[in-house]
Design a protein around this ligand. Structure first.
Ligand code: FES
Length: 105
């Protein structure tokens, strides 16, 4: 699926991410700056925080309780905040747009 990652300064990275990977892995494998993913995707660091574009909130699904509590450690959390290691890429997410927070810039 084609995913657009928008850095805090507005730089866009359009990346084709394979189904089954996470939105975080798509960024890390393609050197998108701003997603550090210190814990490697274990939902234990909150350095993969992204804002999901409003139009995609339904498709990216709900946060797990674990993700919700880890987000407490992220800065500037908004209703559309997600941990990108907890979003699995599938064809349904083709065109997804996520923005990266200032704290990861
Ligand atoms: Fe650590 Fe997502 S990579 S919480």
């Amino acid at each position: 699926a084609k995913i657009t990652y928008i850095e805090y300064d507005g730089t866009e990275h359009v990346i084709d991410v394979k189904s089954g990977l996470t939105v975080m892995e798509g960024a890390v494998k393609n050197n998108v700056p701003g997603i550090d993913a210190d814990c490697g995707g274990a939902c234990a660091c909150a350095t993969c925080h992204v804002y999901v574009d409003q139009a995609w909130l339904d498709k990216t699904g709900d946060k797990s309780a674990m993700e919700e509590s880890m987000l407490d450690f992220a800065e500037n959390v908004e209703p559309n905040s997600r941990l990108s290691c907890q979003i699995k890429v599938s064809d349904a997410l083709d065109g997804l747009v996520v923005r990266l927070p200032e704290s990861q810039h």
